[in-house]
Ligand binder design. Structure first.
Ligand SMILES: [Fe+2]
Length: 286
């Protein structure tokens, strides 16, 4: 029987990539680098076979999609920020078998999902940046699920629940990564560069901090009650689909865990970023 061994909300911002390149930004995101590395270490210690990543930069507009390629091997440049991320070579094993099991479980739950193996369907940077720190030796399989930007929080809760059922019916030990921002209000272009280390507004920062308090104190029901509003008012990245999937996997309102924050909250070009590890509950057998 398969098992969810780790579940975390993680950052993937390009400034982390800049932080490991020579130049004036070198080292600016060191705490986030260390936090991502620590998540990778924990996943391995827990015996993870596969990183299942809700990738908020694989933005889908119809349905739910899994990249089930046998091997993810290519070179990447960001279309959004080519000056930040380019010439990123990657080579990771994929997980077609688990992709198919997860697809079947999502479909059995009444939602639409497809697995793809197209040659040109590459990985996005919400997968690639974290994998650089967590999976440097490519020992763990990589399976991205896209985030539907027109989906509701409730749809993504159901996706998360289906992912858990699929994992439990598989042979895999899975580390789930919700790879996305907290608040995500990008500043206007003319001021964007001056906000490299800032959050767009004091209000967004305060709401993000309140969310982190809720997670740390185990006030998950309170958080879930406001999640749709949080997504709408704080410009959720990828519809906050990653976060809704995460809590769907963890048991939604029944989840009693407390998040463990692994790096200080930080602003990055107006957006609110963090890494939080959520203890996996002892599930009833399905
Ligand atoms: Fe992002």
């Amino acid at each position: 029987m398969g098992e969810l061994v780790l579940a975390a909300k993680i950052t993937h911002v390009p400034s982390i990539w800049l932080s490991i390149q020579p130049g004036r930004h070198f080292g600016i995101r060191r705490p986030a680098e260390l936090a991502l590395t620590e998540i990778g270490r924990r996943a391995r210690e827990l015996g993870a076979d596969t990183f299942l990543i809700a990738d908020t930069h694989w933005m889908n507009s119809i349905g739910f999609h899994l990249n089930g390629k046998e091997r993810h091997r290519d070179s990447y440049a960001s279309h959004e920020l080519p000056h930040f991320i380019h010439d990123l070579d990657y080579d990771y094993p994929g997980d077609p078998e688990l992709a198919e099991q997860l697809r079947a479980e999502i479909v059995a739950g009444g939602q639409k999902a497809l697995v793809h193996t197209y040659r040109d369907l590459g990985l996005e940077y919400a997968t690639l940046v974290p994998m650089h720190f967590m999976n440097e030796d490519s020992a763990v399989r990589v399976l991205p699920i896209g985030c539907n930007i027109y989906s509701s929080i409730d749809e993504n809760r159901r996706i998360g629940e289906a992912l858990l059922r699929g994992i439990q019916r598989s042979e895999r030990k899975v580390a789930f990564l919700a790879s996305g921002s907290l608040s995500h209000a990008f500043p206007p272009n003319e001021t964007a560069e001056s906000l490299l280390n800032e959050v767009s507004s004091p209000l967004n920062r305060k709401i993000d901090m309140a969310v982190l308090d809720m997670w740390a104190e185990g006030r998950i029901e309170e958080f879930l009650d406001m999640l749709p509003d949080y997504n709408a008012r704080c410009t959720g990245e990828g519809a906050m689909a990653d976060t809704a999937m995460l809590f769907g996997l963890l048991g939604w309102r029944s989840y009693k865990g407390r998040g463990e924050q692994l790096c200080p909250y930080f602003g990055s070009t107006g957006t609110g970023q963090v890494v939080v590890d959520f203890p996996v509950p002892a599930y009833d057998k399905i």
